[in-house]
Design a protein around this ligand. Sequence first.
Ligand code: NAP
Length: 428
Amino acid sequence: MNIGIVGVGTVGSSVAKILKENADVISARAGVDIFVKSGVVKNLSKDRGLDIKLTTDVDELLNDESIDVIVELMGGVDEAFEVVKKALAKGKGVVTANKALLAYHRFELQEMAKKAAFELDTAYAGCFEYEASVAGGIPIINALRDGLSANHIESIRGIINGTCNYMMTKMMNEGVEYASILKEAQELGYAEADPTFDVGGYDAAHKLLILASIAYGIDVKPEDILIEGIQNVSKDDIAFAKEFGYVIKLLGIAKKDSDGVELRVHACLIKKDEMIAKIDGVMNGISVVGDKVGETLYYGPGAGGNATASAVVANIIDIARSGKSKPMMGYDKPMEGDFTLKSIEDIVSKYYLRINVSDKTGVLAKVTKLFEENNISIEIIFQKPTSGTCANLLISTHLACEKDIRNLITALEALEFVNKKPVMIRIV
Ligand SMILES: NC(=O)c1ccc[n+]([C@@H]2O[C@H](COP(=O)([O-])OP(=O)(O)OC[C@H]3O[C@@H](n4cnc5c(N)ncnc54)[C@H](OP(=O)(O)O)[C@@H]3O)[C@@H](O)[C@H]2O)c1
């Protein structure tokens, strides 16, 4: 089988190297030999330490009838979408690691792959695989689409951004402030110069949407769901978490009930004895609860050239083995009925709030009165002086409705002794 790699960067180079270095096991498992016919890059003069033919012209690969599978590893949305659409239309199989592409176009691609499989008679028409798009080296797509296919999926909770997990782990273990950990993560190459995509929760949201499509068949875009990052987590929040047996992590959560599906990405306080709370550093971990199997947990490296390429090559092997397209999301008809996205305001959770107040008589009484007026019952309250005249009130609640918490925050902000917008972290 011949493949063409569109984008021979970190992951693409590792794919080429693994196919060469592990050719013995790979051809035994695939049942055929797999060759990299050529690769596409932007800059031909970069030394990549590879002995494959490179070009800047993607059409060379798309028009080459001897190329069976296009491996899209260029990243981005629009250009990658064009490449993948053309590859499918030409009857080539496609493997991608591109979560951004799938966050926006997965349902259109599923339809195109289905059409190609039906109408075209090339060997790998309609084959479309994307294992590396979520949690790099962890075979979570495979687990969800195939291994757990007998279950109704009750929930997915994922630590699916290594940068955030590295930063939150360091903040928990070393008690340092967000800004200095971000600087360190950037120096180590774990965070980009502009870290917003990771620390703002957007990368995790792209991956969550892919998983939710497999679990619930739900077709929504990143703009439709709640996405918050870790930028507001402070040392005081960490101290509160430690005092009361929590860790703080960025989670992607997909959860269904009779009213619909909740999809959200945000920082969470998680009880420290939960399995998912123990996933530290740059590692990823995903808990999936099925109605028959119970809780299952998947752990491993979520990024890195070799780890990601391991999943890409597994997809190539899978296509070589069967030559048959399978339903991209794992189902051929709506399987869960009409699952709709639940409104953010209807989320029910426990909450933690940090309220910076001027330290005066009567403040606590006025704050707790507002909680009562908004139907929110306090579980723990803790006061921590911040400077001579100010203090942080650290408060956790019993179960409350998101709508009420938002009203409470607006009401708190309006009080003259509340100095900043209160910070809220959901407790799961
Ligand atoms: N890196 C990871 O750990 C990881 C993990 C999971 C998923 N992914 C996904 O894998 C994909 C690739 O990531 P990566 O880290 O390997 O990216 P990368 O190192 O930036 O590589 C991108 C490659 O695509 C080429 N390229 C980009 N735009 C192009 C264009 N318009 N025409 C021709 N070539 C173009 C680049 O050429 P030049 O080399 O000449 O610049 C480079 O070779 C992305 O979708 C990413 O989200 C990556």
